[in-house]
Write a protein that binds this ligand. Structure first.
Ligand SMILES: O=P(O)(O)OC[C@H]1O[C@](O)(CO)[C@@H](O)[C@@H]1O
Length: 479
């Protein structure tokens, strides 16, 4: 059967649109807005950046760019595995953190029913999905107490195979499974998604006979949503993961040009970079659709870990990086909008807009004699949220505030795949413009190492010593 994403006209009708009109002087005024000349002046740097990205890809350092192509077969295998197994389980739990969880959460919120876990009919025989993405004892205990272990599959995701949070979750869930179901049950209740040749998780998985999916070498956590990291839980909950990859492939083809005026990922990168350089380092992503709210969380990690860097490629201290902020329309109109309109001129707002929601819901009529209420009746919630987005956008323009919009014709696996890939490419190019390595995260290590030292991990005694020698607190400053 032909898939809809094999039809070119369907694909074109589902193409994401990036509208950057409101980043330009013609719309928001000369003081803050850019001109076409400003963008043209960046073309040479974009071409160099594009070249550098291509070379890094060819050298095997950017495996995430290959996922839409070389994971087609793997996606089929994952789909088959999920289809064979998902009806055996009522619950599917992902134990991973950061890049090993945020993409999974974003996919689930975007593509499945908003009350998926609570509505059997929305699950179509698939298990409920739980992704704690944290180690808060209250929340974890509550989850573990609630799960019927006999009917639960746990997917332990860790690229390094040793991150404290998922490994401690694994230890605890494994002990609970052994206690309740016996040693032999482990292989039926756990799968692992990790690196093929490194880390402790792969060793454990082999020892325990646990089914394993692999994360390619140069796919870092935050770039891993289109690898088995994101695909396995998506397949277990019935998402069309092949369509997700097809969307990414489509965007890869759109972005396969160094012409800044033709490449949405690069045009966005240039504008965001220029804004940061011009004193607007706050980058707000504001979806006007609740189903896209966790996509903004995914983006937050993507930008923070990729672009927040102390050193440039020459080893000079640069301390760069925009601050990614998530907001949600219409909710945050009533929380953040005041700041965005009248606070410092330090932000760029990226709206995410949806043209066609999965549902149309009418606002009921009533109180015809009360003008302040009756005007709402007969409109739809679709009109309400879309109008509110357009109204907020115009208010930002009136206040000369930089903003742009990414429009999803619909939220489906194809458009979501495009979105992930487009932002990955945007991030890669901004990294080039800052002249930094966008693919490491050395700043996260120090905190991890102190924690290892304190918790007694072998080889980290020196970190415990440094931790114990930390500056004493002045009691007068603790009230
Ligand atoms: O998949 P791992 O290796 O457990 O890492 C989880 C997360 O921890 C980090 O390494 C640092 O926070 C992220 O980059 C990564 O997504």
């Amino acid at each position: 059967m032909t898939k809809r994403y094999e039809d070119l006209s369907w694909k074109e009708s589902m193409r994401l649109k990036l509208d950057v009109n409101n980043m330009f002087a013609a719309t928001i005024g000369e003081e803050h807005g850019y001109t076409k000349k400003d963008i043209d002046a960046m073309q040479e740097r974009v071409t160099n950046g594009h070249q550098a990205i291509k070379e890094a890809k060819a050298a095997g350092n950017l495996d995430w760019m290959d996922l839409p192509y070389n994971h087609k077969e793997i996606a089929k295998e994952i789909k088959e595995f999920a289809e064979e197994n998902r009806e055996k389980y009522d619950n599917f739990v992902v134990f991973g953190i950061g890049g090993s969880a945020l993409g999974n959460i974003a996919v689930q919120t975007a593509l499945n029913d908003p009350y998926y876990n609570l509505k059997k009919e929305a699950r179509n025989g698939c298990p409920r999905l739980f992704i704690p993405d944290n180690v808060d004892p209250t929340r974890l205990k509550s989850l573990l107490d609630m799960l019927d272990l006999e009917k639960t599959m746990f997917n332990i995701i860790s690229k390094s195979g040793g991150t404290a949070e998922p490994m401690s979750q694994f230890l605890t869930a494994r002990a609970a499974v052994i206690k309740e179901l016996g040693e032999d049950a482990v292989a039926d209740h756990f799968i692992a998604t990790t690196s093929k040749d490194s880390g402790d998780l792969i060793k454990i998985a082999k020892e325990e006979g646990i089914k394993t999916f692999y994360i390619p070498k140069t796919v870092g956590g935050r770039f891993s949503v289109l690898s088995p990291v994101g695909l396995v839980s998506a397949a277990f909950t019935g998402v069309d993961i092949e369509e997700l990859l097809a969307g990414a492939e489509y965007m890869d083809q759109i972005c396969d040009t160094d012409d800044v005026w033709k490449n949405p990922a690069y045009l966005n990168a240039v504008l965001q970079y220029l804004a940061d350089q011009d004193g607007k380092p706050m980058s707000v992503m504001m979806p006007y659709s609740h189903v896209l709210k966790d996509v903004a969380d995914w983006y937050r990690q993507m930008w923070a870990e990729s672009l927040g860097k102390k050193f440039n490629r020459q080893g000079e201290v640069v301390n760069v990086g925009p601050t990614p902020i998530k907001a949600l329309g219409a909710t945050d109109q009533h929380s953040q909008a005041q700041l965005y309109m009248e606070g410092p001129y330090d932000k760029v707002v990226t709206f995410l807009e949806v043209e066609k929601f999965r549902e149309t819901l009418e606002i009921a009529r009533g109180y015809e004699d009360i003008d302040g209420v009756s005007y709402l009746g007969g409109h739809t919630f679709n009109e309400l949220i879309t109008t509110e987005k357009k109204a907020t956008e115009l208010a930002l323009i009136d206040n000369n505030r930089l903003n742009c919009t990414v429009t999803f014709p619909e939220v489906n696996a194809f458009t979501l795949g495009q979105f992930f890939y487009m932002y990955e490419m945007t991030t890669a190019l901004i990294g080039e413009l800052y002249n930094i390595n966008a693919f490491d995260q050395p700043g996260v290590e120090l905190g991890k190492q102190y924690a290892y030292g304190v918790l007694g991990r072998e080889g980290y005694d020196h970190m415990k010593e440094q931790f114990d020698a930390r500056p004493k607190k002045d009691e007068n400053l603790i009230l």
